[in-house]
Design a protein around this ligand. Structure first.
Ligand code: NAD
Length: 497
């Protein structure tokens, strides 16, 4: 049984903790490795390496940082297939989907390659006689990322390319359910020429997370995961004086007015609800069907749900793989049972699905529930599985009110050919990321990603311009180099002359 280690100061490290967790292959249901679970002492070792590396990395020229990022980008691109295969073996998602997440992560690196332009400061000449002002941004120090299981490569890459490009050093605590991608990424950084200690990985669970949150030597924490943990991270890291961005869970609605084309809508709804077995924070989990759109769209999306080919992620014939763990499978199946008990109609039933050759796999088939109401658990809870809940409403305004009454505000979409309806929706919803005929509107790397309400604690979204802002702080410098002329010292508060 292989052991998945930490990565500290440029090498694989076992550390002192003897705690371990199993890592499964979700398609076979078998344990394939064990991962170390760091103690507070192991986290301290990573933070010490990062603190030491910060001394020189923060002083490294922008050109050299940028060149290392370009090399890392090339190596990632050359090793994308290997990384995708690792993701599939531990997460379960299909290979094309794993490659997609590597590509979207790579785009953040490409954004960060432009760091010399992104960190250009401001300059004002002669703000007062013989006085000039300029501002620029400096890195924070050691920063940490704590990431979820569902994107073991992309979500860490939302964070560390920008943090490192800005001159910070980084400690990543990936999900203990699919930890291997982080070690391949660490090796690629080393081969790209990144100095040891700039990028570190500590494997672990709550014990490692708490050590990060309490460490006096970590300046900022980026977190992505479920809402209760995001809230906890935000409170505890803020209490120890850190800058924090903590992205939480989601319940994303797709609103379908009656003018929408049922075939187009159902193709996109099926992909957005069942892609990656629904384990995406931007998955569509509620279809809000307006008026007489309802029956036509329900019929079409149910047909498409039944056509989804469920199988091992490594099989190129599969559209959708298993869910990540047995516990996730049991939780999702339990929620579907509760939905039925509470009055939802199970139109497509993914419970009891078997896949030939994989009797122990963590399977849940695509499931469509009709007649879902806002009181039901299937609507109130984030299911994070391949389950689409259909909610019926009478008008677009009712749909907008429904979206806004939900505690989450990550993503949402509308399907329509009516520009006025799309505009009313876009302006009316209290949600951070909105798609018009685009059901999974994940912003490009040069915009910033983030939700509203219970989907984000903290003010800054990740990557893009807000990522640069999060990982740096400003200095404003006021200068006078000429001692002659009008410059008179005064006991009055300084004003311009
Ligand atoms: P999770 O909250 O269980 O775990 C996230 C991280 O927190 C992991 O590294 C985990 O080890 C750690 N953690 C778990 N329990 C902890 C505890 N009690 N104390 C301290 N740390 C703890 O989330 P997950 O199941 O890995 O991922 C799925 C969730 O992430 C979903 O809710 C999904 O919506 C969310 N997510 C959100 C976004 C977004 O951008 N908003 C993106 C991806 C995933």
């Amino acid at each position: 049984m292989s052991t998945i280690t930490h990565w500290i100061a440029g090498e694989a490290v076992v550390g002192e903790s003897e705690r371990r967790a199993p890592v499964f292959d979700p398609a076979t249901g078998q344990q394939q490795a064990e991962v170390l679970l760091a103690s507070a002492t192991d986290v301290e070792a990573a933070v010490a390496a990062a603190s030491q590396a910060f001394e020189s990395w923060s002083q490294t020229s922008l050109s050299r940082r940028s060149r290392i990022l370009f090399s890392f980008r090339e190596l990632l691109s050359q090793n994308a297939d290997e990384l995708a295969a690792l993701i599939t073996s531990e997460h379960g998602k299909v290979l094309s989907d794993a490659l997609g997440e590597v590509q979207r992560g790579q785009e953040v690196i490409e954004f960060a390659c432009g760091i010399p332009a992104l960190l250009k400061g401001e300059y004002s000449d002669q703000v007062s006689t013989s006085v000039d002002v300029f501002s620029y941004r400096e890195p924070l120090g050691v920063v940490a990322g704590i990431t979820p299981f569902n994107f073991p490569a992309m979500v860490p890459m939302w964070m560390f390319p920008v943090a490192i490009a800005c001159g910070n050093t980084f400690v990543l605590k990936p999900s203990e359910r699919d930890p291997s991608a982080s070690l391949l990424i660490a090796d690629l950084w080393k081969r790209a020429g990144l100095p040891d200690g700039v990028f570190n990985v500590v494997q672990g669970d709550k014990e490692a997370v708490d050590a990060i949150l309490d460490s006096p030597d970590i300046a900022a924490v980026s977190f992505v995961g479920s809402t209760p943990i995001a809230k906890y991270i935000h409170e505890r890291a803020s209490a120890s004086g850190k800058r924090v961005q903590a992205l939480g869970g989601a319940k994303n609605h797709a609103v379908v007015p009656s003018d929408a084309d049922p075939e187009f809508v159902s193709d996109h709804l099926a992909a957005a609800a069942f892609g990656s077995a629904g384990e995406r924070c931007m998955a569509i989990s509620a279809a809000v069907l307006v008026g007489d759109a309802g029956d036509r769209v329900l019929e079409a999306v149910s047909r498409k749900a039944r056509e989804v080919r469920v199988g091992a992620g490594s099989d190129t014939g599969s559209d959708m793989g298993p869910v990540v763990t047995k516990a996730a499978q049991q939780r999702i199946l339990g929620l579907v049972d509760r939905g039925e008990e509470q009055g939802a109609k199970v139109v497509v039933d993914g419970r009891g699905l078997g896949v030939d050759g994989y009797p122990e796999g963590f399977w849940v088939g695509p499931t469509v529930l009709d007649g879902v109401t806002t009181e039901m658990d299937v609507y109130r809870e984030e299911i994070f599985g391949p389950v689409l809940s259909v909610v019926r409403v009478e008008s677009l305004d009712e749909a907008i009110a429904l979206v806004n009454s939900n505690p989450y505000g990550n993503g949402t979409a509308i399907f329509t050919s009516n520009g006025a309806a799309a505009r009313r929706f876009q302006r009316g919803v209290h949600v951070g990321m909105i798609g018009v005929n685009v059901p999974v509107p994940v912003p490009m790397a040069y915009y910033s990603f983030g939700g509203w309400k219970a989907s984000l604690f903290g003010d800054k979204h990740v990557h893009g311009p807000e990522g640069v802002s999060f990982y740096t702080r400003a200095k404003v410098v006021t200068t006078r180099w000429e001692s002659t002329g009008t410059a008179q010292a005064s006991f009055a508060f300084p004003t311009s002359t």
